[in-house]
Design a protein around this ligand. Structure first.
Ligand code: SFD
Ligand code: AMP
Length: 628
């Protein structure tokens, strides 16, 4: 530790994370900061050009509401999100994002992102809310605008944000370390915008052995948003609402384009369509069982019922879907050939744009999607507030979207500010506002950044930092390097040691606990009070051993803290599933001791970590005007 320098950076607004939400925040904050003579600083653990979930690119923009185009009303979108989340949603937040998201999409287009258009120049939709893009360079395009807005002098890359910097109850910045050089960073700020993404690898993944590490959501998003906000004392929401996506098996290629654009079916090993053969099951989950589209977790559930009865494997009928579209051109052999080529290249581009490994797996297995069906499966659980999960911090809605009934519950001054003053959250970091995806996360970053700058203007006092707090944090954060240095060489294999635990082994233990007790893949997503309590008991031992994490180098030091962050996400999850005495999202998790939905649980399950204790709070679900 002796050769570790400390660098201090003072700023007004600190944006932590460099993904979609952070890039949106950067663009908006730069504008308002300039007007007010304020400084904005952004810190990312990676390089903004290719960091976060959109690193590989995307093939669709999944939130485009089309409000001005008159395609949809706000109520249409609010109903869609409410139904997909089985009623648990903050409509004020969803509306706040939805009314700005189209403008983010128009900015992307202006900055150079190719959005598909038809002969009339209209956007090509994948589904009602989704637009097709040539999105291999999506993140580069969005990052360029953020970099231009802030200037590279205000962007710190490859710094892993480890802990909030607190002065009593007040957040005065963040600390972290460079993953390339021996430098410990202290960022002092009047306001912090948290956009550190979701959490992957909290649960044991399906991939193992040579495929280990492959996941749908990015493994480098390791629960830092949840950790940061929990440790800062923010109230959290929907920590039980994990997301389990159905994905092409083993390389996790997304299914949206196949279900929506190509209008494919999925069938089981007996060629049955579980959405038809299991339709009666939807009666058990009313009123959400009757809505269209069927909520994502219920679609999963019908499929899982087949799998649990041994009726797998489940296949995406790519060959059938392509044939159905091409059939319309059968009369004209030349046109048919051309269409087939077009469909074939669209099928491959979908993966080449956002999940290259799926295209590689197809190539490696000689898959021609126009000839053969491909296997799909429910992935392991992820924590993601921006897709069809909802976990994140509990944030204030904007004032103008409140009703007299919601105002006292959902509004406390600045839009998208957490319950700790000065901390703002966006994208995966903010909860109960699902279905924002890449575009909505960007829009939420913009909304939160504008509010955060207003907060800085209203609260101009310089942050007061207690040096002893910084010294303690530095010692704690760098300790794994010392632990390794002190004990290495004692055992014949440095990965197995009586005095310390390496981050990978630590992660395996965490994943095993979550998989077996909290309803992971191996438990068919089933759990119960008894299992969850046993999981918490085992997590206690893991937390004790976190003190013995060891790191041979800076990269492994990052791995140590990533896994501590995951562990906190895990505990928030288990505690909140325990707190909610029902099963509301059966295709995400099923509590065998409380198998159905209960009316008195049409409510938010929130948690706060305060003075070393977990405080659980039930908060009411209140929708905003039906006329919106
Ligand atoms: O089809 C630290 N997503 C999709 N969105 C769409 O709009 N269309 C799609 O087609 C989408 N699909 C999809 C998607 C994601 C992935 C991985 C695939 C396919 C394969 C979802 C969006 O990508 C997602 O909603 C947004 O990106 C969320 O934005 P944000 O900002 O909340 O998260 P981020 O972009 O991952 O950025 C996180 C940032 O934090 C950094 N970071 N920095 C410092 N210190 C730490 N401790 C940090 N921890 C993390 C990261 O480096 C990153 O910069 S489809 O499948 O649905
Ligand atoms: P995915 O590729 O599964 O992440 O989905 C991309 C988008 O399509 C998201 O907005 C999903 O909610 C939506 N989607 C995926 N599959 C279906 C389906 N079968 N029915 C309706 N919407 C879907």
């Amino acid at each position: 530790m002796a050769d570790f320098q400390t660098k201090e950076v003072s700023t007004d607004l600190l944006i932590i994370g460099g993904g979609m939400a952070a890039c949106g925040a950067a663009v908006e904050a730069a504008y308002w900061a300039k007007k007010n003579g304020l400084k904005v600083t952004l810190v990312d653990k990676a390089a903004v050009d290719r960091s976060g979930a959109v690193a590989m690119g995307l093939s669709a923009i999944n939130q485009y509401v089309g409000l001005k185009d008159g395609e949809n009303t706000m109520r249409d979108y609010l109903d869609y999100v409410r139904n997909d989340l089985m009623g648990i949603t903050r409509e004020d937040l969803v509306a706040s994002i939805a009314r700005h998201v189209d403008s983010s999409v128009h900015l992307f287009e202006k900055w150079g992102l190719p959005i598909w258009t038809d002969e009339e120049g209209k956007y090509v939709h994948e589904g009602r809310w989704q637009l097709m893009i040539n999105g291999e360079s999506y993140k580069v395009v969005v990052a360029e605008a953020a970099k231009n807005a802030l200037g590279m002098d205000n962007i710190y890359e490859r710094i892993f944000i480890t802990e909030p910097l607190m002065n009593g109850d007040k957040c005065v910045g963040a600390v972290g370390f460079s993953v390339r050089e021996n430098v410990f960073y202290v960022f002092k700020a009047k306001s912090v915008l948290v956009a550190l993404g979701g959490a992957v690898h909290v649960f044991k993944p399906r991939s193992s052995g040579e495929g280990l590490g492959r996941a749908w959501y990015p493994p480098w998003n390791s629960g830092s948003s949840a950790y940061f906000t929990l440790k800062a004392g923010c109230e959290m929401t929907c920590q039980e609402v994990r997301f389990i996506p159905v994905r092409f098996k083993d390389a996790y290629g997304p299914v949206g384009a196949w279900f929506l654009l190509f209008k494919s079916r999925a069938t089981n090993g007996l060629d049955e369509n579980y959405m038809q053969t299991r339709a009666d099951e939807l009666q058990n989950w009313q009123p959400y069982g009757k809505v269209k589209p069927v909520p994502a977790n219920l679609r999963n559930w019908l499929m899982l019922l087949d799998v649990m009865e041994g009726k797998g494997p489940i296949f995406m009928r790519t060959e059938e879907a392509i044939a159905n579209i091409a059939d319309k051109y059968k009369e004209d052999p030349k046109g048919y050939k051309k269409k087939m080529k077009e469909l074939e290249s669209e099928a491959w581009e979908d993966f080449l744009d956002m999940t290259i490994s799926q295209a590689i797996l197809w190539a490696g297995m000689n898959v021609a999607p126009e000839e053969a069906k491909s296997e799909i499966a429910a992935a392991e659980p992820y924590f993601i507030g921006s897709h069809s999960g909802a976990s994140g911090a509990w944030v204030s809605g904007p004032e103008d979207l409140q009703t007299p009934e919601t105002k006292d519950e959902y509004f406390w001054g600045y839009a998208h500010m957490a319950t700790v003053p000065g901390i703002f959250c966006a994208g995966d970091a903010s909860g109960a506002s699902s279905h924002k995806f890449s575009s909505g996360s960007h829009a939420e970053g913009r909304i939160a950044a504008k509010a955060a700058i207003a907060y800085c203007v209203d609260n101009p006092a310089e942050p007061t930092v207690d040096q002893s707090v910084v010294d303690d944090l530095k010692a704690k954060i760098l300790a794994p390097l010392d632990t390794f240095a002190k004990h290495k060489g004692y055992s014949s294999d440095d990965t197995i040691h009586p005095e310390y635990i390496l981050p990978k082994m630590f992660m395996f233990r965490l994943q095993k606990i979550m998989d077996e007790y909290a309803g992971g893949v191996s438990s068919q997503f089933k759990t119960s009070k008894a299992l969850l309590e046993r999981g918490l008991y085992l997590l206690d031992f893991l937390r004790e051993d976190a003190e013995k994490l060891a790191a041979p180098d800076l990269h492994e030091l990052m791995r140590c803290w990533e896994n501590v962050h995951r562990m906190w996400q895990a505990e928030a999850h288990i505690r909140t599933i325990l707190f909610r005495q029902e099963t509301r999202w059966p295709g995400y998790y099923f509590r065998s001791d409380t198998p159905g939905m209960k009316d008195d649980w049409l409510a938010f399950a929130n948690c706060t970590w305060k003075n070393g204790e977990w405080v659980m709070t039930k908060r009411p679900v209140k929708y905003i005007h039906e006329s919106m």
